[in-house]
Design a protein around this ligand. Structure first.
Ligand SMILES: [Cu+2]
Length: 194
C-alpha cells in the first residue's frame, strides 16, 4: 500500500510539472508575438530548402475582361528541379483564384476545380492554356485592361510561394464558355499539352 501511494503522488507531481510546462508554452505563444508564430509554421527554414524550389512561369498572361466577370490566367509552368512539384493553390490581389481543369461531361467541355492541384513533373513543364488547365480569376475586383500587369502567387505543396506577374491581353475565345467546336477534331485542346 505505501508503495502505491508513493507512485500515485509521483504521478501527480509529474502531471503538475507537465501541466506547468504546457501553460508556460501557451503563455509564450500568446504573448510572444510574430516571431513565435512564424517559426511554428515553417518546419525547417534552411537556405537549401529555399533554393530547392525552382518553378518558373514562362510567358504568363491573363485574359482581359470587365470587373466581376470570371477570367483566366495562362502560361507554361517549368520545373527545373529533380522532383515533382505540386501547385496546391494560387492567390492574386486582383481576384480570388481557383485551379481549374477542362473535362468532358455529357459530350461537352466544362471546367472544374483540379483535384490535387497542378503537378509538374521533375524537369518537365505543364502548360496552362485556353481549353486546358488554367488559373481561374473567379471575380476580378476591377476591370483588367489589355496591358495591365497582374500579380499572382502560386502555393506549392511544401508551402513555398512562387510569385509571378502576368500581362493582360485581349482574347476572343471566352474560356468560361469554351465549346468543343473550337477544336476541329473535337478532342480536348488540353491534350496537346506535354
Ligand atoms: Cu475555370
Amino acid at each position: 500500500m505505501p508503495t502505491t501511494l508513493i507512485h500515485g503522488s509521483r504521478r501527480r507531481t509529474l502531471a503538475a510539472v507537465v501541466l506547468a510546462g504546457a501553460m508556460t508554452t501557451l503563455g509564450l505563444a500568446g504573448c510572444g508575438g510574430n516571431d513565435d508564430a512564424a517559426g511554428a509554421g515553417t518546419p525547417a527554414p534552411t537556405p537549401s530548402a529555399m533554393v530547392a524550389t525552382t518553378l518558373t512561369v514562362k510567358d504568363p498572361w491573363v485574359k482581359a475582361g470587365p470587373a466581376g466577370e470570371m477570367t483566366a490566367a495562362f502560361g507554361i509552368l517549368q520545373n527545373a528541379t529533380a522532383a515533382d512539384i505540386t501547385i496546391t493553390a494560387a492567390e492574386s490581389p486582383a481576384s480570388p483564384i481557383e485551379l481549374h481543369e477542362m473535362t468532358m461531361k455529357d459530350g461537352k467541355m466544362v471546367m472544374q476545380p483540379k483535384e490535387g492541384g497542378f503537378v509538374i513533373k521533375a524537369g518537365g513543364s505543364h502548360e496552362l492554356a485556353p481549353g486546358g488547365d488554367h488559373l481561374m480569376l473567379m471575380k476580378p475586383a476591377a476591370a483588367i485592361q489589355p496591358g495591365d500587369q497582374v500579380s499572382f502567387t502560386l502555393r506549392l505543396g511544401d508551402g513555398t510561394a512562387v510569385p509571378f506577374t502576368a500581362i493582360a491581353k485581349p482574347f476572343a475565345g471566352a474560356e468560361e464558355s469554351y465549346e468543343p467546336g473550337m477544336s476541329p477534331s473535337g478532342m480536348p485542346m488540353g491534350s496537346s499539352a506535354p
